[in-house]
Design a protein around this ligand. Structure first.
Ligand SMILES: Cc1cc2nc3c(=O)[nH]c(=O)nc-3n(C[C@H](O)[C@H](O)[C@H](O)COP(=O)(O)O)c2cc1C
Length: 167
């Protein structure tokens, strides 16, 4: 039996989304899948995978350009695979309290790719996050790490269950 192969690709500016992707990849591997985690900007060919998880950070109401370009570049082949999308954003507990719908760019990508689902995870801004706005948010006490490993792992287990056993 060969384990199903899953590509976990992420678009990030400051690394928080990479952490989410790494957690997803680790959980999929624990479930017996073969998972590879890479930056979305490096994905040129998805044909070696049974499924693709593609995530991106949210900035000013938009999905990561890196994730969006990855979706565009690989659209034809993604359409023939099980695709799951995620966003990493809110720096508060809102993503825990209700399902946050995809921003318009992600909603369009879901349609185009025939993605199975989308989830929004909390994001992270820390003292080390560069940029004027990030620093101002941290100074105002609005930073923090709102990535919830348990919620991320639960979603990854759900993907493993949907993809099913090795073929
Ligand atoms: C300038 C700026 C704009 C942001 N805009 C949004 C936004 O529109 N929606 C949202 O949910 N989160 C927003 N965030 C929070 C980021 O999405 C969050 O910090 C995310 O985890 C960053 O991911 P990254 O480190 O992988 O780039 C913003 C953060 C910054 C610094």
């Amino acid at each position: 039996m060969t384990a199903k192969r899953v590509l976990v690709a992420y678009g990030t500016k400051h690394g928080a989304t990479a952490g989410i992707a790494t957690e997803i990849g680790k959980t999929l591997r624990e479930d017996g899948l073969e998972a590879v985690v890479v930056r979305a900007g490096e994905v040129d060919d998805v044909r070696g995978y049974d499924a693709v998880v593609l995530g991106g950070a949210l900035y000013a109401g938009r999905w990561s350009g890196e994730a969006e370009s990855c979706a565009d570049r690989n659209e034809i082949n993604l359409k023939h695979r099980a695709v799951y999308l995620f966003s990493s954003g809110p720096v508060d507990s809102s993503a825990e309290q209700q399902a946050i719908p995809p921003v318009p760019g992600v909603a369009r990508a879901m349609q185009r790719l025939g993605a199975r689902e989308h989830i929004t995870f909390g994001g992270s801004i820390g003292a080390g996050t560069p940029g004027f706005i990030a620093r101002a948010m941290v100074r105002a006490g609005k930073g923090g790490d709102f990535r919830n490993p348990e919620r991320i792992r639960t979603w990854a287990h759900h993907i493993s269950a949907e993809l099913g056993p090795a073929c």
